[in-house]
Write a protein that binds this ligand. Structure first.
Ligand SMILES: NC(=O)c1ccc[n+]([C@@H]2O[C@H](COP(=O)([O-])OP(=O)(O)OC[C@H]3O[C@@H](n4cnc5c(N)ncnc54)[C@H](O)[C@@H]3O)[C@@H](O)[C@H]2O)c1
Ligand SMILES: [Zn+2]
Ligand SMILES: [Zn+2]
Length: 369
C-alpha cells in the first residue's frame, strides 16, 4: 500500500515528507495506523549523525496507534488493538527480558540496522530504495509495519497523541531517576536539561518524595515548566546548581544527578559528578555524539567518595510492565501527560516542530494524525 512518511535522505537535511510504498506485515509483524508521534531529540541525533544509522531512514520512535492488520505468527495482538511502541523492542523472552532488564532486550541488536527483526529486510520503500526505520519503528508516518516485540497493548481510554509519550520520554525520564538513579524519599535530585526527557525525570523525583528537585536549563521557559511540574528550584547552569546544592545540603550534595541535555558533552559528566555527594549517582541518559570519546571528571571521586556514573537506556525500565504501570499512575492523577505537550503538528510540519525543539520552544512537540 501507499502511505506518507518523513524520510531522512542525507545528514543535516530536512525530513522529506513523501509518499512511500509499504509492504504487508510478514511473520511476527503488524501494520499500525499511527495516532501520535512525539518529537524526541534522538531523531535529531540521526539528522546530525551523532547517532550513526544507515540512510535513508523513516524517522520517529515515540509513538502509539491502532493495529490494522497482523501477519502470520502474531500472538496477543489483533486488528483494532491500541498499542504504544516500545522504542527498544522488548520480546519478554530473551535472557535480558526474563531477567527484568527489558530496556536492553537482546532484539535491540537490530536497532542500528533498522530492518525488520523477522528477516532483516525492509517493508518500507521509496524512490526505488529500501528505507530503514528509526528504532525499528518509523513513527513519523501515517502507517508503519513493525515487529510484535515493539508493541505494548494498552487500553483505549487515552488518545494516541498523548499515549505516544509513554513510548519514550515519560518512561525514559521517570526510569532514569527511579530505576537507574535509584532515588528514594528524602533524596536531593538534580536534572540537567528540561526537555521531554528531563521534565519526566522531574516528575519522578517529585513523586518519589525528593527533598529538593533542582532543574537546570539555560532556557527560562523550561525552568518555569520545571517549577510547574514540582521542581523546588530551577537554575540556568550547572555552576549555579553547584552553588545552590552546596548551600541547600550544607555541602553533602545530591544523591542523584540525571543528564538529559539535548546533546551530551564530555565535560558535563565531571560537572554532574561535582553535583552529587558520597555514593551519588550520575545517570547519563542524554546521548553523546558517537564521535565523542573524551569525558572529563575526577576519577579520584569515584573511589574516595564512591561516586558512580551510570548509563541508562529507556529509563532502565521494563517496558511491558512499566508502560501499563505508568498509565495507571496517569489515571490516578500522579503522572501528568497532557501538560507535557506544548504544541501539536501535522506530519507535514515535522521540520517546524524540530525547529521549535532546537530553539527551546517546546517541552514536547507531538505530531498528530
Ligand atoms: N537514554 C535514552 O534511552 C534516551 C531516550 C530518549 C532520549 N534520549 C536523549 O536524551 C536527551 C534529551 O532528549 P529530549 O528529547 O528531552 O531533548 P530536548 O531537546 O527536548 O531537551 C533538551 C534540553 O536540554 C537543555 N540544555 C541544553 N544544553 C544544556 C546545558 N548545558 N545545561 C542544561 N540544559 C541544557 C535544552 O535547553 C533543552 O531544554 C537527548 O540527548 C536524547 O537523544 C535518551
Ligand atoms: Zn526518544
Ligand atoms: Zn527480550
Amino acid at each position: 500500500m501507499k502511505t506518507r512518511a518523513a524520510v531522512l535522505w542525507d545528514r543535516n537535511k530536512d525530513w522529506s515528507v513523501e509518499e512511500i510504498e509499504l509492504d504487508p506485515p510478514k511473520e511476527g509483524e503488524v501494520l499500525v495506523a499511527i495516532g501520535g508521534s512525539g518529537l524526541c531529540h534522538s531523531d535529531e541525533h540521526v539528522v546530525t549523525g551523532d547517532l550513526p544509522t544507515g540512510l535513508p531512514v523513516v524517522g520517529g520512535h515515540e509513538g502509539a496507534g491502532i493495529i490494522e492488520e497482523v501477519g502470520p505468527g502474531v500472538t496477543g495482538l489483533a486488528p483494532g488493538d491500541r498499542v504504544i511502541f516500545s522504542f527498544v523492542p522488548s520480546c519478554g523472552q530473551c535472557r535480558a527480558c526474563a531477567s527484568g532488564m527489558g530496556s536492553i532486550c537482546e532484539l535491540g541488536m537490530y536497532m542500528r540496522e533498522g530492518r525488520q527483526i523477522s528477516d532483516h529486510t525492509a517493508r518500507h520503500h521509496a524512490r526505488g530504495q529500501d528505507l530503514g526505520l528509526m528504532c525499528l519503528l518509523g513513527t513519523f508516518a501515517e502507517r508503519t509495519v513493525v515487529h510484535q516485540a515493539s508493541c505494548v497493548k494498552v487500553e483505549d481510554d487515552l488518545p494516541a497523541d498523548v499515549a505516544c509519550l509513554l513510548g519514550c520520554g515519560v518512561i525514559t525520564g521517570w526510569g532514569s531517576v527511579a530505576y537507574a538513579g535509584e532515588a528514594r524519599v528524602g533524596d536531593v535530585v538534580v536534572v540537567v536539561g528540561i526537555g521531554g526527557i528531563g521534565i519526566n525525570a522531574v516528575q519522578a523525583a517529585v513523586a518519589l518524595g525528593a527533598e529538593y528537585v533542582v532543574a537546570v536549563d539555560p532556557v527560562a521557559f523550561k525552568r518555569n515548566k520545571a517549577l510547574e511540574f514540582g521542581a523546588s528550584h530551577a537554575v540556568a547552569s550547572s555552576q549555579e546548581a553547584a552553588e545552590l546544592v552546596t548551600e541547600l545540603t550544607r555541602g553533602r550534595m545530591a544523591q542523584v544527578c540525571v543528564n538529559t541535555m539535548g546533546v551530551g558533552e564530555g565535560a558535563q559528566i565531571g560537572a554532574s559528578l561535582g553535583l552529587v555527594g558520597k555514593r551519588g549517582r550520575v545517570v547519563v541518559t542524554n546521548l553523546h555524539p558517537a564521535a565523542e570519546t573524551q569525558v572529563t571528571m575526577s576519577a579520584l571521586d569515584l573511589t574516595t567518595y564512591e561516586k558512580q556514573v551510570r548509563g541508562s537506556l529507556f529509563g532502565s525500565s521494563n517496558p511491558r510492565a512499566d508502560i501499563p504501570r505508568m498509565l495507571e499512575l496517569y489515571r490516578s492523577g500522579k503522572l501528568k501527560l497532557e501538560e507535557l505537550v506544548t504544541r501539536t503538528y501535522s506530519l507535514d510540519e515535522v521540520n517546524v516542530g524540530y525547529d521549535d525543539m532546537r530553539n527551546g520552544r517546546n517541552l514536547r512537540g507531538v505530531i498528530t494524525f
